[in-house]
Design a binder for this molecule. Structure first.
Ligand SMILES: [Zn+2]
Length: 293
């Protein structure tokens, strides 16, 4: 057995356990069987989209615009965003899944579809690596980069598809366009590296890409967090519920404040006064991420 396949199995297991637990324990209302069905349907979609849409599309494009042209080089950057974001909508062809996705549970379905899709892609990539002769006999621990990258991808795929799902009830075209645009932007630095833009060389470009990916990952995580729990829960975790010394009411901490230890200078949303506040005595009413029902 090729060690990339063992790495792929390990990576799939970690992703399935970590993301699976989060999806399972999310409080938002959704038919959990349908959530898992969506993940299951998403599982083979990346390889299917590649072999049955992307490869034929590429042949067609090469014969029409020519592989050496500048237009072709740009069009190629659209392959993954367009075909993959479209493929992620396939679970919506199940009417029960389509009905069950709502604004309130988008994060749950997005994580499920992103997870299934990313695991399928893990095996697609592993399969391609296994066919490269230079990688034969490379030990597992040298595929750490693969593991990092593939685990990050679970987050990216979930964040991208969440835009399509958000658009579902109001404007699917707009949501889909957003998903494609963010996906394209996420991949674009790799094209810049391949074109060696600025003449930085491959080594420098790969450092730029690593930094960019960390930035993108934090963005994707913050976005999914906001979608799932709202930022109120994050502020509560950091600062706790606040108590107004003037009117005595409790409220969630605001982003606009001066922090000094446990004290904050902020505006009470009830009596509108700016003042120094302390954490509310009764913390039991709101702590942890699953407050919003
Ligand atoms: Zn007040």
């Amino acid at each position: 057995m090729h060690s990339i396949h063992i790495t792929a199995a390990l990576t799939s297991l970690i992703a399935a356990v970590v993301f699976g637990l989060v999806i399972h324990r999310m409080k938002m209302q959704a038919n959990e069987r349908l959530v898992w069905l969506a993940a299951l349907i998403a599982l083979p979609l990346q390889p299917l989209a590649f072999y049955f849409v992307r490869v034929p599309l590429d042949h067609w494009l090469v014969s029409h615009v020519g592989a050496g042209s500048r237009a072709y080089a740009w069009l190629v950057t659209l392959y993954a965003p367009l075909t993959e974001e479209a493929a992620k909508l396939v679970p919506l062809l199940v009417p029960a899944i389509l009905r069950d996705i709502r604004r309130e549970n988008v994060a749950r379905f997005a994580l499920a579809i992103g997870l299934g899709f990313a695991i399928g892609e893990m095996w697609f990539i592993a399969d391609r690596i296994a066919r490269v002769p230079q990688f034969a006999g490379v030990p597992i621990f040298q595929f750490g980069g693969y593991m990092n990258e593939r685990l990050m991808t679970c987050m990216f795929h979930s964040a991208f598809v969440s835009l399509s799902l958000l658009g579902l009830r109001r404007n699917l075209a707009l949501g889909f366009a957003g998903a494609v645009a963010l996906h394209w932007l996420g991949n674009f630095p790799i094209s810049l590296m391949n074109w060696n833009v600025g003449g930085f060389g491959k080594a420098n470009w790969s450092i730029i890409i690593q930094l960019f990916l960390v930035f993108y990952l934090v963005g994707a995580m913050a976005w999914l967090w906001r979608l799932a729990f709202g930022f109120g829960s994050l502020k509560r975790m950091l600062y706790g519920r606040r108590q107004c010394p003037a009117c005595g009411s409790e409220y969630d901490p605001s982003f606009f404040a001066v922090n000094a230890g446990t004290k904050r200078y902020e505006r009470c949303p009830h009596c509108k006064r700016w003042q120094w506040t302390t954490p509310a005595v009764n913390e039991s009413t709101a702590s942890g991420p699953d407050v919003r029902q």
